[in-house]
Design a protein around this ligand. Structure first.
Ligand code: NAD
Ligand code: UDP
Length: 331
């Protein structure tokens, strides 16, 4: 009997933190993976190990422009978008475009290829939430014209456009609302709390906590997130689903935990809270548990250990390079 050909999946944002881990997972599962990225916040370093594989291809392309892929496609994962507040403040127009025009292009591609598409949404659609934990039924508290509006509103538009393609064109769509995720390959200078704190602790610099540090986040290890996304893609549910770890912690506490785990002499220094910074964030994951039989498995401390190990053992010139970029941006 003839063996069925491998499924073909397009992953946008493949050279980024999450896109590279998703590429690894789908390669391991035997898929033909087509990575696409314009490298605006990602790096080929994250996927260089895949280039030698016969079931990996890569296109350097901006998905806010027309996307062409030769041949058939079974699935699309749309993960291209700046994701860190520092990044989307630096490149606000590109952020709005990739969430809107980019999403439109990929939905159009999914429609023409009869492919199933999963789009990466975010807990930021809940804004600075007035309820906790946040369930999918909560509509959010977003300031459209604040500094975070470029990201939050692009993602809210993305969700609306995705549902419209599902309802009007019958495209098979999935929406994942991702809560703060961490792990190896986060860009050390992307400004997000965990890579920033880990880099500062490893360099024995003080950790920069914003506000009084009593704001909360709930951090999910990347392997758990990838498992949740894999299951959601293969489910038959088109409405948004939260994926994240409900283990909530204050920013001060996680900064202290990183100092402890790295055995660093660093201390905490406090400065002003950025505008519209959400005060609390914790996912309600009852839907994912019921629908996907999914639960996060990796305890935050174990995830932090693996992440810190990754940065401690990485090529020292790379660490130096990222450090220099970090200082340039801060100057
Ligand atoms: P990242 O910055 O590491 O990766 C994003 C990738 O998208 C980068 O490689 C970047 O170069 C690429 N990209 C951006 N604009 C593009 C464009 N116009 N065309 C092609 N490529 C483009 O960020 P990440 O943390 O891996 O986030 C990936 C996705 O997950 C994003 O859509 C983000 O909104 C979403 N998300 C992430 C988190 C998290 O905690 N990491 C939380 C919520 C949502
Ligand atoms: N934060 C901080 N110091 C930093 C970077 C971030 O105290 O150097 C805070 C930030 O103000 C927010 C939390 O850590 O309250 C998480 O920030 P991050 O940028 O990781 O993501 P967010 O969840 O805000 O999108």
């Amino acid at each position: 009997m003839k063996k069925a050909p491998p499924k073909r999946i397009l992953i946008t944002g493949a050279a980024g933190f999450l896109g590279s881990h998703l590429s690894d997972r789908f390669i391991q599962e035997g898929y033909q993976v087509i990575g696409m990225d314009n490298l605006i916040t990602g790096s080929l370093r994250n996927i260089e190990h895949l280039f030698k594989l016969p079931n990996f291809e890569f296109y350097q392309h901006d998905v806010s422009k027309f996307v062409h892929i030769p041949g058939h496609l079974d699935y699309i994962l749309h993960f291209a978008s700046p994701a860190s507040p520092v990044d989307y403040l630096r490149i606000p127009i590109q952020t709005l475009k990739v969430g809107s025009l980019g999403t439109h292009n990929l939905l159009g591609l999914a429609k023409s290829k009869k492919a199933r598409i999963l789009v990466a949404s975010t807990s930021e659609v809940y804004g600075d939430p007035l309820v906790s934990p946040q369930a999918e039924t909560y509509w959010g508290n977003v300031n459209p014209v604040g500094p975070r509006g470029v990201y939050d509103e692009a993602k809210r538009f993305q969700e609306a456009m995705t549902m419209a393609y599902h309802n009007f064109h019958g495209v098979e769509t999935r929406i994942v609302r991702i809560f703060n995720t961490f792990g190896p390959r986060m860009r050390l200078n992307d400004g997000r709390a965990l890579p920033t704190f880990i880099a500062q602790a490893l360099r024995a610099e003080d950790l920069t906590v914003f506000g009084d540090g009593q704001q909360t986040r709930s951090f999910c290890y990347v392997d758990d997130l990838v498992e949740g996304i894999f299951r959601l893609l293969h489910s038959d549910y088109a409405e948004p689903v939260n994926i994240g770890n409900p283990d909530e912690i204050t920013i001060t506490d996680i900064a202290q935990e990183i100092i402890q785990l790295t055995e660093s002499p660093s201390k905490l220094v406090y400065s002003a809270l950025p505008v519209d910074d959400p005060k609390q964030r914790r996912p309600d994951i009852a839907l994912a548990q019921k629908l996907l039989g999914w639960d996060p498995k990796v305890h935050r401390t174990d995830g932090l250990r693996k992440t810190i190990d990754h940065y401690q053992t990485m090529d020292k010139t790379v660490l130096q390079e990222t450090t220099q970029i970090y200082f340039k941006r801060d100057a």
